[in-house]
Each structure stands twice: as C-alpha cells, then as structure tokens.
Design a protein around this ligand. Structure first.
Ligand code: IYR
Length: 261
C-alpha cells in the first residue's frame, strides 16, 4: 500500500515507534485449492443468495446464546486483513445485564438529544419510515453486545508505539462476520467459512450494526478502554424476538451498483 492522506503519517526517526513486523519475516507458499470454474460460479451464486437474506434487526429475544459462538465469530473477525498486519481491533463482548443497563442508559440519554436536537429535520425525516428512535430495548434484551474498537495506534507493554495503518478500513472489514444478518447468517457465514456442520445448529443469530452517535467517549470510559482506541460500532447479537419485524426494503439491482469498463 502506498501512503495516502487518510493513513497515519509516520516520523521514521521517532524512537518511541517500533516496527510493525520483524524485518526477517518468513514467506511461505500459499495454500490454495483451485476449483473448477463451473463450481466457482455456482458457489458464488449460493453465497450471494445466502448474503441476500441478511437483515439488521432491532427486536431481540432475551434468550441466551453460548459464548462459544461469540468466540467463534470474534475469531473469524480476527482473520481479517489489516494494514501491515497490525490487527488494529479490540472486540468487547458484554453479557452482564448490569453493564448492558449502564450502556443503554448512556446511549438512550445521548440518542434522545441526537434525535431531538442534533440530527436535524432531514435526517430524522429520513429515518421515520424505519421507525427508529432513542428508546433501545435491544441494548438490554440481546444476550450480547459487541463493542468494536479501532486501535488508532498500538501500545506495547514497554510503552512503545506501533503505527496502525488504515485502521479504519481494517476494522470495517473485520466486523463483517456480524454485519446485518438474519435468517441464518452470521453463523451460516461461519459455516461457509469453516464448512462446519457443528455450527449449523446455532444458525439463526441476528445482529444490528449500530453506531451510537456521540456516545464513544462515555462508553469507552465505562468499559475502560485506552486513549489509543475509538468505538466504531456496537453490535447487539442474539436471536430475533418472536414478533420481530423488519422494514420491507429492497436492494439495488446489479446494473445500479456496477460499472464495467
Ligand atoms: N444511531 C441512531 C440513528 C440512526 C441513524 C441511521 I443513518 C440509521 O440507519 C438508523 C438509526 C439510532 O440507532 O437510532
């Protein structure tokens, strides 16, 4: 990657900055199984159909989920590519009801101000059909809240820093296994990734890609994350409630999103 304006600039002489990777890093042969072209086409169609079933939801059941699932999803997130392999992410998995209540309080207080004062008429009018507001039961109903923090830089135990290039893009890729799934993903996505029939029985989890506006600093303080980290996303994860509904939205056709040159 060539340095760009959106990447952190570096002062090469800074003695407090350590290299991201060892200079003698070994390179190994890629493990890659080439599939017949027909099979690849078929499998890519199947994958599209699977992903086309994903929806974000705002109505969660209180039913608990095994934490192994959360571990597997976070391990999956941790397989993402990142700038100079710096892996600039921290996932905080909250299942304590008391902590979820405190998080909900912070977010609802802030979101009430957002909706009433900060977001403005155009934004709130745009959201009206989606029936969102500042009351967020999902924050205490969902068995898990996953807070995704991007590490804007890394700090070693000896206090030395590592530059985290493209941390924004890296983290955006990393949380994708959670992203807006219903019916079967994200665990179907996990099955796709791991090919593991053992995970099938857990299929049916849903999540919401929520971005609580102006809540980052208070949540970071509550959870005790360091200055180097910024909250990028908060994902409730669990089963949908019995009466869960979603807006009847349709996706742009390929012609509207693809330009072939
Ligand atoms: N963060 C707020 C508002 C909100 C904003 C957008 I853009 C949405 O697509 C949905 C909600 C909330 O979570 O209510």
């Amino acid at each position: 990657m060539s340095p760009e304006s959106d990447s952190d600039s570096t002062n090469d002489n800074d003695e407090y900055i350590v290299p991201a990777l060892p200079s003698d890093l070994k390179h190994i042969r890629l493990k890659f199984k080439k599939r017949p072209v027909d099979e690849s086409i078929k499998r890519s169609e199947e994958f599209y159909r699977l992903m086309d079933g994903r929806r974000t939801v705002r109505h969660f059941s209180k039913e608990p989920i095994p934490k192994e699932i959360i571990y597997n999803i976070i391990k999956t997130a941790g397989t993402s590519p990142s700038g100079a392999h710096t892996e600039p992410w921290t996932f905080v998995a909250v299942s304590s009801l008391e902590m979820k209540q405190q998080i909900r309080q912070i977010i609802e207080d802030e979101e009430e101000l957002n909706y009433k004062k900060r977001m403005g008429k155009i934004w709130t009018t745009d959201l009206k059909p989606l029936k969102t507001d500042w009351v967020k039961e999902y924050l205490t109903d969902a068995p898990y809240l996953i807070l995704v923090f991007k590490q804007t830089y890394g700090v070693r135990d000896d206090g030395k820093k590592k530059l985290h290039y493209y941390n924004e893009q890296s983290v955006s890729i990393a949380w994708n296994p959670f992203g807006g799934n219903s019916r079967l993903p994200p665990l179907r996505a996990l099955e796709t990734i791991f090919g593991s029939p053992a995970l099938r029985k857990y299929a049916g989890l849903v999540s919401l890609t929520s971005t609580p506006l102006n809540c980052g600093p208070a949540l970071k303080k509550l959870i005790g994350r360091p200055a180097s980290e910024k909250l990028t996303l908060l994902l409730p994860v669990g089963y949908p409630s019995e009466d869960c509904s979603v807006p009847d939205l349709h996706r742009k056709p390929l012609d509207d999103i693809l330009i072939e040159i």
